[in-house]
Design a protein around this ligand. Structure first.
Ligand SMILES: NC(=O)c1ccc[n+]([C@@H]2O[C@H](COP(=O)([O-])OP(=O)(O)OC[C@H]3O[C@@H](n4cnc5c(N)ncnc54)[C@H](OP(=O)(O)O)[C@@H]3O)[C@@H](O)[C@H]2O)c1
Length: 250
């Protein structure tokens, strides 16, 4: 089967490409580095010609509110037009759990991306994932105030990129769901606890405190804002196992 992975050089994209290659599929690794650009349209029609499945794992180079909205809007429109012309039978996109339950610029852009897919007429599956374990360091940095990391007292259920890629590949090879599938990591814990465990494990001495006034990427969050509310498919790799694997790779 011919499968195009948009953002195929990224964190989740490169892992998904490897799994699909192992399964013997014809995989197009689509990214600006490989001459395929969903913003300019460069190489897009040729890339999707004859493809049965397109997996969109692209991310915006800028997370500034206006830039990220423009990225997912323009990229989504160009991709849908190319897929419609090519007769693509399954569009898979990776989104985020809770984007419609809390408000920040990045989440608003992901809502816009989802709406384009839902109204495109192309059979689709949207996978909403919780935050990646690989993202914990970035979260700590963005929430740091000197030597203190302030996090809202909410539940958190991060998932390893390896688990995300395995589920994305699996979903892409199944029939389109015409809806949203939610995925999360195996452990649900308070946000401050998991970030503190992570920083401690990597020898980062910053202190983590739970602060009800702190926000998540600028948006207000409540106890269940960032975790699935209903049924979710769970990854297998928790924080300790992920740390063990990360250290083994160093
Ligand atoms: N971070 C999280 O915790 C989280 C949670 C849930 C869902 N997600 C979603 O997961 C998806 C993948 O994230 P990631 O962290 O794997 O991304 P990433 O590592 O930042 O990779 C981004 C990819 O997008 C490609 N790209 C950038 N501009 C492009 C363009 N104009 N046309 C085509 N491709 C373009 C990049 O290509 P180059 O290598 O050529 O630059 C790269 O392959 C994103 O949609 C994100 O919203 C993230």
């Amino acid at each position: 089967m011919k499968i195009v992975v948009i953002g195929g050089t990224g964190l989740i994209g490169s892992k998904t490409v490897a799994i699909l290659h192992q399964g013997g599929h014809e995989v197009v690794v689509a990214s600006p580095k490989s001459g395929i650009n969903t913003i300019t349209g460069e190489g897009l029609q040729a890339a999707v010609a004859g493809a049965q499945v397109v997996i969109d794992l692209a991310n915006s180079p800028s997370f500034e509110d206006k830039a990220v909205l423009e990225f997912f809007d323009t990229s989504g429109r160009n991709l849908i037009a190319a897929e419609a012309a090519a007769g693509v039978r399954h569009h898979v996109a990776l989104s985020i759990v809770g984007i419609d339950r809390t408000d920040n610029g990045y989440f608003r852009a992901k809502v816009a991306q989802e709406k384009l897919i839902q109204s495109s007429g192309i059979p689709y599956t949207i996978i909403r994932s919780t935050q990646f374990l690989e993202f914990l360091g970035g979260i700590a940095d963005s929430s740091a105030d000197g030597n203190v990391v302030r996090l809202p007292p909410v539940l958190f259920q991060p998932i390893a990129a390896d688990d995300v890629a395995a589920i994305v590949a699996d979903v892409a090879l199944a029939a389109p769901r015409g809806g949203i599938v939610e995925i999360a990591g195996p452990e649900r814990t308070p946000f401050n606890e998991i970030v503190a465990r992570y920083l401690n494990a990597i020898g980062d001495l910053r202190k983590v405190v739970s602060d009800p006034r702190s926000r998540y990427w600028g948006g207000g969050v409540e106890e269940y804002s960032l975790v699935p509310l209903g049924e979710a498919r769970l990854g297998r790799i928790g924080l300790d196992e992920w740390l063990r694997r990360s250290k083994a790779r160093i």
